[in-house]
Structure formats: structure tokens, C-alpha cells
Design a protein around this ligand. Structure first.
Ligand code: FAD
Ligand code: NAP
Length: 543
């Protein structure tokens, strides 16, 4: 990685420092914001809690961590030179390869000099009198700028449920989203993994190979589709790079910004044999396109059931012990919780050193000095891996005490669930923008193009404000309410909103149940954003 000492930490002035824009977060969103805003000739300071760039890929270093969007699509497209010169090695990039890419981008565009690392933003307050945001950090410093942009990430605030007796446990407790940078050697150890979401499903096969004994505590089983990862075919890469712009443009026309073929309109309109052929072909091809076998899978419960049954049959065929297979087979709607993409996950439960503990009826009672206690039995372990996910979409924003015009607090505004205009801006919070905020496609889509679309829109907006000699932009409450209502109506059409997932905040006790991402599709959403801008920022008050 680059030398993180050569960054904005070096020249940190005392007192309050003034910039044109303060950006919070230096993941893919914050990095590209910095690049674009510099292009407008603005002074920018990025504040990042971690010690280096990369966000998700800086923090999530658990064994087996990798992308489940194909690497040729999970990358920046703003620079033709960048996308031509970078060579991905695998169909799905590992966490470490993505971090190397991030480092390359930071060096290529000389980003680190305007990023202040190891610093957490604790508060952001809008000063009505001066139309400036005052940003406070955990080192007691204050920054001031007309614009504040939250690039704080949708999956960056780890969910760390507190188990009784946690402090009694003698060994280490790791969270997948905050993994030690030096790595963890589980050789010869007895390890517990709590959770069976994407992070667990990626890490379990790798930990099982290393550990003496692995015990998986499962509350809800998840659907996983094989990745069939492998080296990228050089011919395929050449073909994409011959017209990368065209490839990206076609991806933008798909519902999730992820280019793959969507099957026929209805699973129920074809014979059972034809459905099975389609599911099998997609299972063999691997990855997220599996769920796009037919266009109605996320809308028609009967169609959904056919593909869910297919996966359940696969699990029963892979897992030797029928009782374990039964526990691993999900009962709910497929795709309602985000499907996982795995490498040898179900096969791992055929190993002698792996055990599955069902905690759906009887939750973990407590941690003891030497293990995890469930239903009166202590499972003795040396280390615990908490793969318990994130306080998604709102967590990182609500961790900051954000106060808008007249002292309005975001924590009050979002008491009954997040409300935002286009997932980009907030009524009562002038000159504040969010990247991939609630009410935008964000986590339901390929995140890299989603981030670039938001960054481009925000940067263009700030440029427009400057060119027009305007100093203040604020989402109007009626536009925000209409958008929030639309987001909810569209969500209700789909089966996605029907189960308890992190998309609806169900994983966090007390979090209001609201379907947070916008599922109307990337093209419709981008068109709406473009139209709003073309109409002189319709739905915003400018002054
Ligand atoms: P992040 O990468 O989350 O960066 C936000 C940054 O803000 C963090 O570095 C954080 O430290 C910083 N921050 C937050 N609050 C503060 C504060 N108060 N003060 C200072 N700094 C702060 N998406 C896909 O499309 N495909 C995938 O395959 C995929 N895989 C994923 C795998 C994992 C394990 C996880 C957790 C997420 C995955 N995602 C995936 C989603 C992923 O988060 C996005 O793709 C993308 O990396 C988000 O970039 P970002 O810059 O918006 O946010
Ligand atoms: P997650 O999907 O929220 O899974 C968390 C798991 O922990 C669930 O199985 C959950 O059970 C369990 N859990 C939570 N609290 C618990 C408790 N108190 N007791 C017992 N079990 C508990 O989190 P994640 O796996 O970190 O994934 C989050 C998202 O990040 C993914 O959906 C995806 O968008 C992204 N991600 C992507 C990849 C990838 O393949 N590229 C990898 C990792 C993450 P319940 O289901 O019962 O709540």
C-alpha cells in the first residue's frame, strides 16, 4: 500500500479549517468524490476513520472475502485509461486484489494528500447564518465548508450483538467487518462462527480447512449459489476492453446495473422441464444471474417457489447428512434476503471437523469462559467469529450527530425510518448530500456504478450552483415525501420486502421496519435523477 504518512494528517492546522467541501469516508465513493471535486477546482478534505483508503475492502479482511459482482464490472469506469490498464486476475476479485486496485487508484490520482486518516467524524452541524457546515472529529478538531457529503457506506457500521457473559469469554472475538489486518491463524483451534449470511458463507469453508473444529451457529439458513470462480479468460477480457464503454453502457440499461442475461418473462409460462433446464444451466454458470432465470421470480410467489425448491434439492444432494441438509435448506422466499455466492459452502458440512448448531428456536444463551452456551450445552471453543452483519444503510449516518437548518436532528427525522429525496439529499439539511443513501438503488444494484452515478450527479450539482452564483440547495419536503412514498409503493410490488432482512432493518433490534433501497431499477432511477437536474433541480429549493 502507499505511504499513509504522506497524507492530510501531516499538515493538520489547529482550530477550525475551511474547505469548499468536506467528504466523510474514503471508500470507493469518497475517493471518486475527491477526484471529481478537485476537477472543479474546489478545496476538499476527506475524513476517514480507517488508516487507509478502501472502505469495505479495508475493513472486511476475513478469510475468503471477495466480491460477488464480476471484477470486470466491479470497478470504476470514469477513466478509460484506468479501466484499460488495470488487469483483474479472477472472475470474482478477492478482498486483497480489490485493495491493490484501490491503492493503484489512490496513487494514480494522488488522492491521499487530501485525506485525513484515523479520524472519525462525530458531528456535523449546519450554521444557518453562514450557510456553512461545521464538522467535528474525534480528535477535537473542527472543519467548516459550504458543502458536506456523506460517503459513509451502506455496510460500514458493524452489527455487534451483545451476548450475556461476553466479557467472560477467555479467547478472542472477531467481527468479519473489523478483521485484524495481520490476519488470524486458526490452525489447531476450535472456532465458533455466529451467523450464516454472505460473510459467514464465504469464511466458513476457509476457516474449516484451517481449524481443528468449527461450530456454526445458524439462526436462519440462507440460499447460496456456487460462484464457479476461476482465472479470467484473456480473450473475454480483450473482448470487453475493445469496447469497455459500450459494455458499461449496456450494464446501465439493466435493472441492477450488472450485465447479465435475464431469462423469459414468466417461470410459470414454461414447462417444469424447461424451468429445470434453465435453473440447472444457471447453477452451472454460477453467481447472481441465477436469480434472473425468469423475470417474475421476485414478484410471483409460485415462480419463486420453483427456484427455491431447485436450490433446496441441490442442498439435499450435496450434504450427506439429511438432518443437516434439512437445517441448511431455507424455508422462506429466495432473494428476499440477499442471496449468497459461495465456494464449497454446503460441501463444508460434510467435513468431520464441522458441526451445525440450530439456534432458530433456542438462541445463544450466553458466552462462558470457554465457549458458547445454547440450551444448557456449552460448545467449547478457542475463538469466536461474529459474522453478524451491519446496521445497514442508516447506521453510519446515525452514528454522526447530524443537525440541519434550525438545529433539526437527523436522528429525529429518521425516528420512524429513513426519509430522503432520491436517496441523495434531505429536506431541512441544506447543502448535505449522501452517496447511495436510502431510497436509491444502492445495495440492490452493482455498487460501483451506483456510486459513480451519485458522485457525478452531486458534483454536477455543486458545479451548477457555483456557475449560477447560488449558495444553498435544499430538498423540498413535498418532493421528499412523494419520493419516499414511491420507494415504498415499488417495494410493495416485490417479494423482496416480505421477509425479515437487513434491507428492512429487521436485523437491528428496535430499528423501524422500512424497505430502504429503491427497487424500481437502475435505468428508471438514473433517468429520474437526470430529469431533476435538467429541470433546474426540480424538488429542490435553490437560493
Ligand atoms: P464504504 O466502502 O463502506 O466506505 C465508507 C467509509 O466511510 C469507510 O471506510 C468508513 O470507515 C468511513 N466512515 C464511516 N463513518 C465515518 C465517520 N463517522 N467518520 C469517518 N469515516 C467514516 N457491493 C457490490 O456491489 N458487490 C459486491 O460483491 C459487494 N461485496 C461486499 C462484501 C462485503 C464484505 C461488504 C461488507 C460489502 C460488499 N458490497 C458489495 C458493498 C460495498 O460496501 C460497496 O460495494 C462499496 O465498497 C461501498 O463503497 P462506499 O465508499 O460507498 O462505502
Ligand atoms: P448478514 O447478511 O446480515 O448476516 C448476518 C448473519 O448473522 C445472519 O445469518 C443473522 O441471522 C446472524 N445474526 C445476526 N445477529 C445474530 C444474533 N444475535 N444471534 C445469532 N445470529 C445472528 O451480514 P453479512 O453476512 O455480513 O452480509 C451483509 C451484506 O454485505 C450482504 O448481504 C452483502 O450485501 C454484503 N456482503 C457481500 C459479500 C459478497 O459475497 N461479496 C460478502 C459479505 C457481505 P438472521 O438471518 O437470523 O438475522
Amino acid at each position: 500500500m502507499g505511504d499513509t504518512n504522506q497524507n492530510a494528517n501531516e499538515a493538520r492546522p489547529a482550530g477550525i479549517s475551511d474547505f469548499d467541501v468536506v467528504v466523510v469516508g474514503a471508500g470507493f465513493a469518497g475517493m471518486y468524490l475527491l477526484h471529481r471535486l478537485r476537477g472543479l477546482g474546489l478545496s476538499v478534505r476527506v475524513i476517514e476513520a480507517g488508516s487507509d483508503v478502501g472502505g469495505t475492502w479495508y475493513w472486511n479482511r476475513y478469510p475468503g472475502a471477495r466480491c460477488d459482482v464480476e471484477s470486470m464490472q466491479y470497478s470504476y469506469q470514469f477513466s478509460e485509461e484506468l479501466q484499460q490498464e488495470w488487469e483483474w486476475t479472477e472472475r470474482y476479485a478477492t478482498q486483497s486484489e480489490i485493495l491493490r486496485y484501490v491503492d493503484h487508484v489512490a496513487e494514480r490520482f494522488d488522492l491521499r494528500r487530501d485525506i485525513q486518516f484515523d479520524t472519525r467524524v462525530t458531528a456535523a452541524t449546519f450554521d444557518d447564518a453562514t450557510s456553512r457546515w461545521v464538522i467535528e472529529t474525534d480528535d477535537g478538531a473542527r472543519l467548516r465548508a459550504p458543502y458536506c457529503i456523506m460517503a459513509t457506506g451502506c455496510l460500514s457500521s458493524p452489527n455487534k450483538p451483545q451476548f450475556e457473559g461476553q466479557e467472560d469469554f477467555a479467547g478472542p472475538i472477531y467481527h468479519t467487518g473489523n478483521w485484524p489486518h495481520e490476519g488470524v491463524d486458526f490452525t489447531g483451534q476450535r472456532v465458533a462462527v455466529i451467523g450464516t449470511g454472505s460473510s459467514a458463507i464465504q469464511s466458513i469453508p476457509v476457516i474449516a480447512e484451517q481449524a481443528a473444529q468449527l461450530t456454526v451457529f445458524q439462526r436462519t439458513p440462507n440460499y447460496a449459489v456456487p460462484a464457479h470462480n476461476g482465472p479470467l479468460d484473456p480473450a473475454k477480457v480483450r473482448e470487453i476492453k475493445a469496447d469497455y464503454a459500450g459494455f458499461r453502457a449496456r450494464a446501465k440499461q439493466t435493472p441492477t446495473g450488472n450485465l447479465f442475461e435475464v431469462g423469459g418473462p414468466s417461470a410459470m409460462a414454461v414447462s417444469a422441464e424447461e424451468r429445470a433446464r434453465e435453473y440447472e444451466a444457471r447453477w452451472q454458470a454460477g453467481g447472481l444471474p441465477f436469480l434472473a432465470a425468469f423475470a417474475d421470480i421476485m414478484f410471483d410467489p409460485e415462480a419463486n417457489q420453483t427456484i427455491a425448491d431447485f436450490v433446496r434439492d441441490k442442498i439435499r444432494a450435496i450434504v450427506d447428512d439429511p438432518a443437516v441438509a434439512d437445517l441448511l435448506a431455507p424455508k422462506n422466499i429466495i432473494g428476499c434476503k440477499r442471496i449468497c455466492v459461495d465456494t464449497g459452502y454446503y460441501e463444508t458440512f460434510n467435513r468431520d471437523n464441522v458441526a451445525l448448531v440450530d439456534i432458530s428456536e433456542t438462541p445463544i444463551a450466553r458466552f462462558t469462559a470457554d465457549g458458547v452456551s445454547v440450551d444448557g450445552r456449552v460448545y467449547e471453543v478457542d475463538a469466536i467469529v461474529s459474522a453478524t452483519g451491519f446496521d445497514a444503510m442508516t447506521g453510519a449516518l446515525l452514528n454522526i450527530d447530524i443537525r440541519g437548518a434550525g438545529g433539526a436532528a437527523l436522528r429525529d427525522k429518521w425516528r420512524d425510518g429513513p426519509k430522503a429525496y432520491l436517496g441523495l439529499a434531505l429536506a431541512s439539511f441544506p447543502n448535505l448530500f449522501m452517496v447511495t443513501g436510502p431510497g436509491s438503488p444502492s445495495v440492490i444494484s452493482n455498487m460501483l456504478p451506483a456510486i459513480e452515478q451519485h458522485v457525478n450527479w452531486i458534483t454536477d450539482c455543486i458545479g451548477y450552483m457555483r456557475d449560477q452564483g447560488l449558495g444553498r440547495i435544499e430538498a423540498q419536503i413535498d418532493a421528499e415525501e412523494a419520493w419516499v412514498a414511491h420507494v415504498g409503493e415499488v417495494a410493495d410490488l416485490s417479494l423482496r420486502s416480505t421477509c425479515s432482512s437487513w434491507y428492512v432493518g429487521a436485523n437491528i433490534p428496535g430499528k423501524p421496519r422500512v424497505y430502504m433501497p429503491y427497487i424500481g431499477g437502475v435505468p428508471v432511477y438514473a433517468q429520474k435523477c437526470n430529469q431533476v437536474a435538467a429541470d433546474g433541480y426540480e424538488g429542490f429549493a435553490l437560493s
